[in-house]
Design a protein. Structure first.
Length: 759
């Protein structure tokens, strides 16, 4: 017999060869049937070589090894004398992959997903991978609410042992939630409970939010919200008995039914503390938010245990356990709670690790940390450290973790992870009105120069009204104690000839100064500086008479030695996306003796953020200003306050609010008041993305002349919508406002925006 077939299949299945062969020594190996695969690849995977003795067992191993490569759909071993002949049939290669009928997904993205699964053009075709790809495609459509989706996969053989794969998809219609029912509720109306849900029936905004499409994750979250609603209102025995989700036969309508048992409403009879009370009991009792006689609230109980844990954490007990054990009196419907305190071992921070900073130097981050290595763990200092690093405004995200040191019970690492953001700004501001058309301005700033934490800013404003060239440099840690030092030099020209709201004049100022900032607490700092300024004033025949009179009295050129001082307290949780905290600032400047001018000018700002619900934040801002001349000299008219514009009372032009002369030109004033209330919230579907915020605002403001009586009834109001976006290109602010009580001669500017390019 010329060839003898080796019975490898039965040997593989049953462990012994039913049709055995005589062993022989391999003198040569030949491979037949290859089209794309190199013979060397086969030799590399074969566990037998020339000179080996081939047995039934080794033949079975060879077959398994070649099948395991995935290159072949059939393998046979044959013997021709002392020559081992390996006969293979290669799997076909994928020549092309086509999609028909797909609109919901990007086809290139689908091909990339298939490639990640191992199914791609030019790769070996595997039916199992194709089945997995088909199931994954169906799963993706299910996440989009398209339960009626159907897919048909066609594999077409081509020449040269290749195949073409085509996915024919009928996407079907999106299944919508037609009804959500809650059964068993008695204490609360079903409509009020359904308002708590994210999932809902189709509405006017659900085309964008997709909340009318069923999602298991969203339903789980809604059920937990429902549970919290009851538990926070005393229903301690509340239970969700069952949840049923059904879909109609045509797979277009979804019905959700939730069955609940409310149970009795419990009040708190007593709250006791027990365990190892290393902190005085009276101090811990002050942290308890549950009060006897009040309805039970799981939220208040959770806040209580967290407050006690944080208090223990401030003493170094990082792994303290604080648990509440209830004692129910079902007849009286009362619950008594015993809060067990187990502080554990006192913990210290072994090492601080900073990661994620590719540009910013470690020292810039570490000098903001209030928790130090080798010291006792202090949760308050750790939280303060995170806030201070976040307020640097160099990072999009700052996270702090304290994992335990392996093998120890009293040590932790402090891991500070940051995600850097562009700290340079090329700022372009613009506004549009019927009078000025388009107004442009620009500036350059690098807050984190070469990763050192120092800042450099240059302003080049070539607008028709304000032409400014300035350079500023600040070292926030001029000393290791956090004393900052900065230098400023500027050349500033103001030409009001094209501004319809202010009388015609021109000033040209050249100045330079030095300033210092001194921290006096974690959130407080004072600043002071000294500068010199020389201003040249030019008036025209059509200039307001008061401008001409001022120049005639004090001259066209004035030199001023200016002293400045300020105080600021910044308790906001973030500079980029504040949601809570307060900012207060007082700043004043005074023209010192020895110069041509004598005046003072002071400003006070109070800003506060109130966290509301679902990432909604209420911002309240108020500013007042006061200025006047000194030593018998008048306040320079170019130092007056003005109001109106995107940073003041939106909806009015720059200097569009305040007293005016007979020609309709704005006079400005020596007193200013501005107030803003704005409700800030993320757009629907933004999730944890902090880059975009929408706002609804009400602005108010006015400036008052020297001889004008201060009347709140003179305030100008505006209301509108705002958008703030920390885009990849830089910060963008847009406002659309409507003046509510525009005065005679006041010009409006309803649309305003400010855009900056980040780098």
């Amino acid at each position: 017999m010329r060839k003898q077939l080796i019975a490898f299949v039965l040997a593989t299945l049953f462990g012994r060869a039913v049709w055995a062969i005589d062993s022989f020594t391999i003198r040569d190996i030949r491979v037949e049937g290859l089209q794309r695969t190199e013979a060397g690849t086969v030799f590399g995977y074969l566990p037998v070589k020339v000179g080996d003795t081939l047995t039934d067992e080794r033949a079975a191993q060879a077959i398994k090894a070649l099948f395991a490569t995935g290159f072949f759909q059939d393998v046979r071993l044959e013997r021709e004398g002392d020559v081992l002949v390996v006969v293979v049939e290669e799997r076909p290669a994928v020549a092309q992959i086509e999609f028909n009928g797909i609109k919901e997904f990007d086809k290139d993205a689908l091909k990339k997903g298939l490639r990640d699964l191992g199914l791609a053009e030019s790769r070996i075709f595997d039916r199992a991978l194709l089945d997995r790809a088909e199931q994954e495609l169906k799963r993706q459509y299910l996440t989009r609410g398209k339960y009626a989706m159907e897919v048909k996969t066609t594999v077409t053989p081509l020449e040269r042992n290749r195949v073409s794969i085509r996915f024919d998809v009928d996407e079907g219609e999106v299944a919508k939630i037609r009804q959500i029912s809650i059964l068993g509720n008695q204490a609360f109306k079903e409509s009020d409970l359904l308002d708590l849900f994210v999932l809902r029936t189709p509405g006017w905004l659900t085309w964008y939010t997709k909340n009318d499409q069923y999602s298991r994750q969203k339903l789980t979250g809604d059920l937990e919200t429902l549970r919290s609603h009851y538990l926070d209102r005393g229903y301690l025995e509340f239970n969700i008995d069952s949840t049923q989700v059904s879909i109609t036969p045509d797979k277009r309508d979804i019905y959700i039914t939730v069955s609940v048992t409310e149970g009795a409403k419990y009040s708190v009879s007593a709250v006791r503390l027990a365990g190892d009370l290393i902190i005085p009991e009276e101090e811990l009792k002050a942290l308890v938010k549950l009060r006897p006689g009040d309805a039970f609230s799981r939220q208040l109980l959770t806040e209580t245990t967290k407050a006690i844990s944080d208090r223990l954490g401030a003493e170094g007990y990082a792994f303290a356990n604080v648990n509440a054990q209830p004692e129910l009196d079902k007849e009286k419907r009362q619950a008594a709670f015993t809060i067990l305190v187990d502080p554990g071992r006192r913990t210290y921070v072994r090492r601080i690790n900073v990661v994620g900073n590719t540009r910013t130097r470690d020292e810039v981050i570490r000098r903001e940390l209030r928790q130090v290595e080798g010291a006792w763990y202090d949760i308050q200092k750790i939280n303060k450290s995170r806030t201070r690093v976040d307020r640097l405004n160099y990072f999009d995200e700052v996270t702090v973790e304290t994992p335990p040191v392996p093998g120890t019970s009293d040590q932790v690492y402090l891991n500070v992870a940051v995600k850097e953001r562009p700290t340079g700004n090329l700022l372009i501001g613009a506004g549009f009105s019927s009078s000025e058309k388009l107004v442009l301005s620009g500036s350059f700033a690098q807050q984190n120069l070469f990763g050192s934490g120092k800042s450099l800013a240059a302003q080049i404003n070539s607008g028709r009204i304000n032409r400014t060239y300035s350079l500023s440099y600040t070292d926030p840690y001029y000393t290791t104690d956090g004393v900052s030092r900065g230098f400023d030099i500027y050349q500033r020209n103001v030409d009001s000839s094209t501004l319809t709201t202010i009388g015609t004049y021109k000033t040209s100022s050249l100045g330079a100064g030095i300033r210092f900032g001194v921290p006096i607490s974690e959130d407080d700092g004072i600043s002071f500086g000294l500068s010199v300024d020389r201003t040249q004033i030019t008036t025209y025949s059509d200039s307001p008479q008061r401008y001409i009179d001022y120049v005639n009295k004090f001259g066209e050129s004035n030199t001023t030695f200016l002293g400045s001082a300020g105080w600021a307290r910044d308790g906001r949780d973030s500079l980029l996306y504040p949601t809570t905290g307060t900012l207060q600032r007082v700043f004043g400047e005074m023209a010192l003796p020895g110069g041509s001018l004598r005046y003072y000018k002071a400003n006070y700002q109070y800003q506060r953020y109130f966290p509301l619900f679902d990432n909604f934040t209420l911002m309240a801002n108020g500013e007042i200003g006061l200025a006047n001349g000194m030593n018998g000299k008048d306040l320079p008219f170019f130092k007056n306050f003005f109001a109106g514009g995107i940073g003041s009372v939106r909806g009015y032009e720059i200097a569009g609010v305040g007293p005016r002369d007979t020609n309709g030109d704005s006079l400005g004033g020596n007193r200013k008041i501005v107030g803003n209330i704005e409700l800030l919230f993320p757009p629907p579907g933004a999730g944890k993305d902090r880059s975009l915020r929408l706002g609804v605002f009400l602005d108010a403001g006015q400036v008052y002349g020297k001889d004008q009586k201060f009347e709140l009834g003179d305030l100008r109001y505006s209301a509108g919508l705002s958008v703030s976006w920390a885009s990849p290109m830089g910060p963008l602010k847009v406002s659309v406002a409507n003046p509510l009580n525009r005065g005679e001669g006041e010009r409006t500017q309803r649309f305003q925006f400010q855009f900056g390019a980040g780098f």
